[in-house]
Every structure is written in structure tokens, then in C-alpha cells.
Design a protein around this ligand. Structure first.
Ligand SMILES: Nc1ncnc2c1ncn2[C@@H]1O[C@H](COP(=O)(O)OP(=O)(O)OP(=O)(O)O)[C@@H](O)[C@H]1O
Ligand SMILES: [Mg+2]
Length: 266
């Protein structure tokens, strides 16, 4: 997924990772009801954007995805890029903040100006790292986070007044600490939750079918019923661990069995 059709300007290239997701692992990707709803919203907005301009309305296609770690926010951004056949441009705000401390606001303005003139899916990942509620910032960061939050809001407002083709996706697993004024600037806000039991089972079956592994449906039912708050990441780890155990036990000679081991709190 390293090829890209976009040319990122040199001065911002260190802070963005562009990918063309044509080899997205679709056969092992489960699309949930919530994800279908988000795609429909984003698609509809892209389709009517031109017509909205006739009414003097400029719509910025910006979605804020929130949810606990491992619920598939970042992966969903890649899936959307695949779905819309657009490049996926990834900006990790936690890394950006550490890398250019003291001049982050300037770099962010440059990035937003680039976004305003590009057609791609822009993933603003871990956006909470630079958008904590104003007034809650620790003295150690010297007001840098507040400056960045204000810059992002101004840049989003500027983008809203232009005809922009970019699709923005902000991601956070700490919506609780995000600045309210910044949150309110995203047109769509959606929580990605753990899958429900039937979705979990469908997801696991999709993966095992694609791997060509025979399973006992009752085993999967029991696994889903017993573990109703597992994220996609946790399920993925369970599949991998049980796969290792199954291979070590002789693969085809023993049945594949899925289980979950509760982690000790550290
Ligand atoms: N819909 C899905 N179908 C198949 N696998 C998925 C799906 N969603 C997530 N995964 C898998 O679950 C793992 C966690 O997903 P991801 O990293 O996107 O979560 P996240 O919400 O961005 O987590 P964090 O908040 O920690 O950044 C990934 O390895 C991904 O492959
Ligand atoms: Mg993520």
C-alpha cells in the first residue's frame, strides 16, 4: 500500500504518509451497519456538493470517528479510501506534535492548505493529542496545544468557505478530552463500537473462510456469546493466537477452536 498518485509538497512531506489502497484486504474486512451508514452519508454529501454551491452552501465533508481503541477507526479510513478509489493520506497528530514542537501550528496551516486543494481521503489520526479542551493544558506544553486547536478550527472554517474535494476523517479514542468547539466543526460525528454478537460471528467467519480453515459453528457462537465486549483488535489477536496453537498441534489433524484469555490488569 505504499504507492500513491498524489505528489505531496516537500515542506509537508515529513508529516504525511500517502498510500493508494488498491490492495486493501477486502476479503477479510467486515463492513458493519454503522460503517455502511457513514459511507452513505459521506457519499451523499460528495454527490450533492456541487448542487449545494448553487444555493451558496459550501459543505466540508468531514467526519469525526470516535470509539475505544481497537474498534477499527484507522482501518475504516483505509477502507473508505479503497471504496472511493482515492489516495489515503495519513497524518498522525501525536507524532506531528512531538516532531515539530513549538512550530506545529504553522505546519498544520500548511497541511490544511494542501488538503484544501487535493482530492483524497485525509485521515487526521489521534486528533485528541492536539485538541484537548482549552484550559486543561499542562504548563509543560506552554500553550502549544491551545494554539494548535485554534489553528485547526480557523483552517476548517477557511476550508468551509471554499469548494473542497478532500474528504476529512478525524479519529480519536479520547472524545471526552477533545475541545468542544473543534468537535462541533466536524459535519458528521460517529462512534465506532464493538461489533454486536451476530456481526462478530460474521466477521470471524469471513476471516476463517478466507483462510480456508474449517470451524465448528457452535464454537464460534459460544465464543461470541461469552465475549460480548471484544474489539476487532482483540478478536484479531484471538484468531492469531488460536491459529498458532492449531498449527503447532498439527493443523488439519485437530479441529480449530477459538477462545479468549482474559488479560490480567497491569
Ligand atoms: N471491520 C473490520 N474487519 C476486519 N478487521 C478489522 C476491522 N476493523 C478493524 N479490524 C482490525 O482490528 C485491528 C484494530 O483496528 P484499528 O487499528 O483500525 O483500530 P483503531 O480504532 O484505529 O484503534 P486505536 O484507537 O487504538 O488507534 C486492525 O488490526 C484491523 O485489521
Ligand atoms: Mg487508530
Amino acid at each position: 500500500m505504499s504507492k500513491t498518485r498524489l505528489k505531496i509538497p516537500e515542506h509537508i512531506a515529513p508529516y504525511l504518509v500517502a498510500e493508494y489502497c488498491d490492495d486493501f484486504p477486502l476479503a477479510r474486512y467486515f463492513v458493519s451497519k454503522t460503517q455502511i451508514e457513514i459511507i452513505e452519508d459521506v457519499l451523499r454529501a460528495q454527490e450533492v456538493k456541487e448542487k449545494l454551491v448553487k444555493y451558496g452552501v459550501y459543505y466540508l465533508n468531514s467526519t469525526l470517528l470516535y470509539g475505544v481503541p481497537g474498534t477499527g477507526k484507522t482501518t475504516f479510513g483505509r477502507y473508505m479510501a479503497y471504496y472511493f478509489d482515492l489516495d489515503f493520506v495519513y497524518i498522525n497528530f501525536a507524532k506531528l506534535f512531538d516532531g515539530v514542537f513549538g512550530k506545529t501550528a504553522g505546519v498544520i496551516s500548511d497541511i490544511f492548505q494542501y488538503m484544501a486543494t487535493s482530492k483524497a481521503i485525509f485521515m487526521l489520526d489521534e486528533i485528541d493529542a492536539i485538541s484537548q479542551k482549552r484550559g486543561t493544558e499542562s504548563a509543560a506544553t506552554g500553550g502549544e496545544i491551545s494554539r494548535i486547536t485554534v489553528t485547526i478550527m480557523q483552517e476548517l472554517d477557511l476550508m468551509k468557505r471554499k469548494k473542497v474535494d478532500a474528504i476529512l476523517i478525524g479519529c480519536t479514542n479520547r472524545i471526552d478530552i477533545m475541545d468542544d468547539a473543534l468537535k462541533s466543526r466536524f459535519s458528521i460525528k460517529k462512534e465506532l463500537k464493538d461489533l454486536d454478537n451476530s456481526e462478530k460471528q460474521a466477521y470471524i467467519q469471513l476471516v476463517l473462510n478466507d483462510m480456508g480453515i474449517a470451524y465448528d459453528i457452535n464454537n464460534l457462537r459460544t465464543y461470541c456469546a461469552r465475549n460480548n465486549s471484544l474489539t476487532q483488535r482483540a478478536i484479531e489477536f484471538d484468531i492469531q493466537r488460536c491459529l498458532i496453537r492449531w498449527i503447532a498441534a498439527g493443523e488439519g489433524t485437530v479441529p480449530f477452536e477459538l477462545d479468549h484469555i482474559r488479560e490480567q490488569t497491569v
